[in-house]
Design a protein around this ligand. Structure first.
Ligand code: ADP
Length: 684
């Protein structure tokens, strides 16, 4: 073993080869020095690991060891060397701790112990073990540091840190911030540990239960966090919000105390309050916006009622073809305005989350056929064919909101007509899936119009998005229609999708699930005018025309003529509206009296009427009140049907009408066919 070759024979024999075997394997440094301490006779390989220096180098230059010791510790170690040599027998203070810096700059804590080796009475060498205990040392230090840091932290934090005994009676610790938050001295709390409670405002004390809840362990689980918020009144009268979070402290399953932190959260609470108020204000502003829109809608509806009403009355008189065309233009413009108005109103309702859905039983095929009939004139003006087809498996009766379904289809079809110059617009209803309870229907509106650029396909469903720029408008509209359609479809648990090709056409499809009405009733269908229907499919950008098995519904444009021989009272203050209602009702055979205000209506009701049409906004009392009076005075054997005719079209307006005893609500502008429908119902 070359490393030990410089050891005296005697020493080698004394230590034996096992010693060196052990020394070389140890993580500690085994060392042997000459009796004068000047040279290293042996050092184990751990030296190279710890000092990061070469053993051979140490043999050549023994001062390497002491030179590696950091300056502050070096003198102490030198003195110890002297002391060890001076000791008569074995060195007494055999162990010393010092720090060395290894060749790479790392600092190690070394615990070095030494004993003398004798040959008889003669001291021939010193041997020792140098242990690197840096890891241990730093843990001890960290622990000390943590205690220091903790105390420092507790002094500096704004929260009040507290520790109590396991009964909550003794104050073991309170951090200085208590004085700031409570405005009371820490000493006062140590003297009277429950004195903090005296500052809590009485309403937050819960009949004095707060203290019990703090320290009652019976219901508490170990490590369970408790949190209470309460207000305290400082001696200067100021109120602060405090949030206390605390834990029971357990040791070996036993409760030894409580510790917690009480934070002054006044600022946060105030901020929350501000945010809440800001939100409420925003909601108020939103609600006034919708109130404004409701008012505008009412104001616009009234003159529209006159425009559309008059065109309907005029149509019934004898007109030249030219005059008839002119009336059509007025009617179309009126309907267009009405559509816009409805969109704006829906938009306002969607904004404030006020849109509600009804559950009507709907004959979906009839609804679609009627709608197509209503929209024929719009298509005719542009020379377009407007078609409607449905596959045979489409159920006849579904449950849903008829008005909303109509609205979706009207929006899509009017867009299709608007953006198509030649060809056709077609509504297809497909049943994708059906069982006894429900059916999934797909409504597709396709056109042979201008198409939509691919890049615009995703944005057209956003509010106020149009493909045309504002200044280069070829088409009118405000870009609300599709946004509303999408929201309506989604609110009915459905999806909407669009495919389109520039110059070929567009296809909007809405897939919606519906519950089925228990017994499907007979459906009245219009006679078929076509035997084969062509549907167009765009696959891989190739459009192919192919026949599909469908039921074709050609739409009858003629309404059957009806004659009602009924005495009706119209309560209406607006002169134009009086005229319109009167003419419309007379055209279908009614005898009409007019009451111009609530009082007048109550007077006139002394006479017998078969039906009353009641406006809501009247000069003396509103329609609700007038109806109440009428109902109070009426003969129980003769309950007269009262129909509200109103431009107030919000859901809560309708509800109020029913609540005061009205039987139906007609929204202005009044359409003749609506009147016919209502009269038919109540004539019986
Ligand atoms: P607008 O009131 O402008 O019609 P919409 O939300 O209904 O608002 O439509 C948004 C835009 O989508 C339209 O301005 C138009 O550019 C495009 N668009 C909608 N439907 C069609 C269609 N059938 N063909 C071509 N473009 C359409």
């Amino acid at each position: 073993m070359s490393i030990v070759s410089n050891l005296p024979k005697k020493l080698l024999n004394k230590l034996g080869s096992d010693f060196f075997e052990l020394a070389q394997r140890s993580q500690d440094i085994f060392w042997i020095r000459s009796a004068d301490f000047q040279t290293h006779l042996y050092v184990s390989s751990a030296y190279e690991n710890i000092f990061k220096r070469n053993c051979q180098q140490l043999y050549r230059s023994p001062a390497d060891w002491i030179n590696a010791v950091i300056t502050e510790d070096r003198d102490r170690l030198r003195q110890r060397y002297v002391q060890w040599q001076a000791e008569a027998i074995n060195p007494a203070a055999a162990t010393i701790e010092y720090r060395v810096m290894d060749a790479k700059g790392g600092v190690h804590w070394i615990s070095d112990s030494c004993f003398a080796i004798y040959d008889g009475r003669k001291r021939i060498a010193y041997a020792g073990v140098a242990k690197d205990f840096t890891g241990q040392k730093s843990r001890v230090r960290e622990f000390d540091d943590a205690g220091y840091f903790f105390r420092y932290f507790v002094d500096k934090i704004q929260g009040v840190f507290w520790v109590k005994d396991n009964k909550g009676k003794k104050q073991i610790f309170i951090s200085p911030s208590y004085e700031k938050v409570w405005g009371l001295s820490c000493e006062s709390l140590y003297a009277d540990p429950s004195s903090w409670l005296k500052s809590v405002v009485p309403e937050d004390l819960e009949d004095g239960k707060l203290e019990t809840r703090f320290y009652d362990i019976s219901e508490q689980l170990p490590n369970q966090r408790h949190e209470f918020s309460f207000r305290i009144r400082q001696p200067n009268g100021e109120i602060r919000w405090v949030k206390d979070t605390h834990f029971p402290v357990m040791e070996k399953g036993e409760l030894i105390g409580f510790c917690g932190i009480a934070q002054d959260v006044t600022k946060e609470i105030e901020r929350e309050k501000e945010l809440r108020e800001a939100k409420e204000n925003a909601e108020k502003a939103n609600s006034s916006k919708s109130d404004f829109l409701a008012m505008m809608s009412h104001e616009l509806r009234t003159p529209l009622n006159a425009v559309l009403g008059m065109t309907q009355i005029l149509r019934a008189s004898s007109l030249t073809e030219e005059q008839s065309d002119q009336i059509d233009v007025i009617a179309q413009s009126g309907h267009h305005l009405l559509g816009l108005l409805n969109d704006l109103l829906d938009f306002a309702k969607l904004e404030v989350g006020k849109l509600s859905f009804s559950r009507d039983s709907i004959d979906i095929q009839q609804l679609a056929a009627k709608l197509i009939a209503d929209m024929q004139s719009m298509a005719k003006v542009k020379g377009l064919a407007l078609k409607y087809i449905f596959t045979e498996n489409v159920p006849s009766m579904i449950l849903g909101d008829a008005k909303r379904i109509r609205q979706i289809l009207v929006n899509l079809i009017s867009n299709a007509i608007k953006f198509t110059e030649k060809g056709y617009v077609q509504l297809t209803i497909n049943c994708l899936q059906k069982n006894h309870q429900e059916a999934t229907l797909c409504f597709t509106v396709e056109d042979t119009g201008i198409g939509i650029e691919k890049s615009k396909l995703t944005t057209i469903f956003n509010r106020f998005q149009q493909v045309d720029s504002v200044y280069q408008r070829k088409h009118d509209g405000v870009g609300l229609g599709l946004a509303i359609v999408k929201e309506l479809v989604e609110k009915m648990s459905g999806n909407i999708a669009v495919t389109s090709e520039i110059g070929v056409g567009s296809q909007f499809s809405c897939i919606m699930p519906f519950q089925l009405q228990a017994a499907e009733t007979e459906v009245t269908c219009w006679a078929s005018s076509e035997n084969r229907v062509i549907t167009r499919e765009t696959r891989n950008n190739v459009t192919e025309l192919r026949p599909v098995p469908v039921t074709v519904t050609a739409v009858a444009e003629k309404e059957e003529k009806t004659n009602f021989n009924m005495n009706v009272l119209v309560v209406e203050d607006n002169l134009i509206n009086q005229k319109i209602s009167k003419s419309m009702l007379e055209q279908i055979g009614c005898q009409v009296d007019i009451a111009c205000c609530g009082q007048d209506a109550i007077e006139k009701m002394k006479k017998h009427y078969d039906m009353v049409f009641m406006d809501i906004g009247l000069p003396d009392m509103d329609g609700f009140e007038a109806v109440k009076h009428i109902r109070e005075r009426e003969n129980p054997d003769h309950h007269v049907p009262i129909v509200a005719m109103t431009a107030h079209v919000f859901e809560h307006d309708r509800e109020r009408c029913f609540n005061v005893g009205m039987n139906e609500v007609l929204a202005k502008p009044i359409m003749q066919e609506e009147l016919v429908r209502v009269l038919k119902r109540w004539a019986a």
